[in-house]
Design a protein around this ligand. Structure first.
Ligand code: LLP
Length: 455
């Protein structure tokens, strides 16, 4: 079992380092809050996945398609592309990112329930590996667009096997109440339809049952159901080249939690696929990047109270939404171990005007105002789900490689946040409630005129 992996983190003389760099130095150099990723951890996580796949005869031809939504920074996509991965995308935007990062379109699978006309068109023009089709209506649309382009679209149906992945309900996707995929009992008929459509090429079967899965048993349950479908397809002369089992393998977020080893999840699946001429595609995300990242924040204020002590830090729910959205837990540790400061129990909160703006509750920390905190396991679904709520510029992203730190995304500037906004014409301005003085009116006009010039 895999515990929370902090192998890229080390304390030297009481100070937390990422690879060879001390976090206080990174904070001085780049400011806070910032997302820090370890290059070594990213590489090690991907290599472990690749090795587990390659070690088994049934996985030797397999392909890892990293789920771009998890962390879509170009530097991470570029690193993984150079290490041989393909990509699982869910939007035209993600396709553009993958191509901009140097990814190969012919290793891209396209999932998602709402692919637009423009997105399908772009993916066909790029010649992606496969569309993971999520409805009968989408199948017809892809066929029609491929026809207008004189192409045959490669497709899999994303089959919803109706298994319980035993995870948070917001991220369980393989149950029949979920919006995802085609119910398994309707899949055969739809495959027969797909095989008859002139502009489609049936290439695979796809399934993704959920995320942050810590018990691998539901994968086997899903696979057994898919194998019944595959056999039925073969009987009807529909032979597919690949089986895509999606992503979802979880990580340990708590010190006392463990997640399954990659081999414990993969080996039973590969054993069961032995002897079938199928290329296995996997779409991991969190497992590759989650524990390779941390969020570095500084304590602005300590606010002791009778009911609660608060540590108000400069990162907030706009930087890390998972605790507010899923009640998720991220370990929070003081960057410098200080003696002489008494430990206390704090709710670690941000400056945003919502009670849901917390990064962690009831954490024992020995800290003073101005200290740095590291919020762990933030490589997955953190920067990707960040926002500008409360007009907060998004944090910088840094990749550490040995003794070097590379900025891989600049800190946003406040002016960036309203750069796309425009004022409507003056005539739409409602009359002010009271007569302003001549001086006030003059000032307001000047402000609006200068703003209009900017748009
Ligand atoms: N493939 C498909 C079709 C997916 O929808 C997802 C994730 C993945 C692969 C990658 O799953 P992973 O290996 O990362 O579990 N925001 C949530 C997680 C949402 C999962 C969305 N789909 C969180 O912060 O926990």
């Amino acid at each position: 079992m895999m515990p929370l992996d902090t192998s890229f983190l080390a304390r030297r003389q009481g100070i937390l380092h990422v690879e060879d760099l001390a976090l206080p130095e990174l904070a001085l150099m780049f400011g806070t809050p910032c997302h820090i990723y370890s290059h070594a951890a990213l590489c090690a996580n991907l290599r472990a996945f690749q090795a587990a796949l390659a070690a088994h005869p049934a996985g030797a031809r397999g392909l890892i398609c990293y789920a771009v939504k998890v962390n879509s920074n170009l530097a991470i996509l570029n690193l993984f592309a150079r290490m041989g991965t393909g990509f699982d995308i869910v939007s035209g935007g993600e396709l553009e990112r993958v191509l901009a990062a140097g990814g190969d379109a012919d290793k891209v699978v396209f999932s998602g329930v709402g692919k637009s006309h423009a997105e399908i068109h772009a993916a066909l023009m790029a010649d992606i590996l496969c569309f993971n089709v999520e409805s009968a209506a989408e199948l017809e649309r892809i066929n029609e667009i491929a026809g207008t382009l004189g192409k045959r679209a490669p497709i899999s149906l994303r089959v919803n096997p109706d298994v319980d992945p035993q995870t948070h309900p917001y991220i369980a996707t393989g149950l029949k109440i979920a919006k995802f995929g085609i119910p398994i009992d309707a899949a055969l008929a739809l495959y027969e339809r797909a095989a008859r459509l002139p502009h489609l090429h049936v290439r695979g079967v796809d399934c993704h049952i959920g995320s942050q899965i810590l018990n691998p048993a539901p994968y086997m349950e899903a696979l057994e159901r898919l194998l019944v479908l595959l056999d039925a397809l073969e009987k009807r002369g529909i032979c597919v080249e690949h089986l895509d089992l999606g992503g979802g393998l979880g990580i340990a977020y708590r010190q006392d939690e463990t997640a399954p080893e990659i081999s414990a999840y993969l080996a039973p699946l590969l054993d069961r696929l032995q002897g079938r001429n199928l290329k296995l595609i996997l779409e991991p995300g969190r497992r590759l990047v989650g524990q390779a990242g941390l969020l570095l924040a500084r304590v602005e204020y300590l606010k002791p109270g009778k009911a609660r002590n608060f540590a108000v830090v400069d990162a907030a729910m706009n930087d890390l939404l998972r605790p507010a959205l899923y009640g998720a837990w991220h370990e929070i540790v003081a960057v410098e171990q200080k003696t002489g400061i008494p430990a206390a129990i704090y709710d670690v909160v941000g400056p945003i005007c919502e009670s849901g703006d917390f990064l962690g509750k009831e954490r024992e920390l020995a800290i003073a105002s101005g200290d740095l905190l590291a919020i762990l396991s933030t490589g997955a679904y953190v920067m990707a789900m960040s926002s500008n709520y409360n007009t907060r510029p998004r944090a910088m992203e840094i990749m550490v490689q040995g003794g070097e730190a590379h900025m891989i995304r600049q800190r946003e500037k406040t002016a960036d946040l309203y750069a796309l906004e425009c004022l409507p014409p003056m005539r739409a301005t409602p009359a002010p409630p009271a007569e302003p003085t001549a001086e006030m009116a003059n000032e307001t006009d000047k402000g609006i005129a200068s703003r209009k010039q900017m748009c």
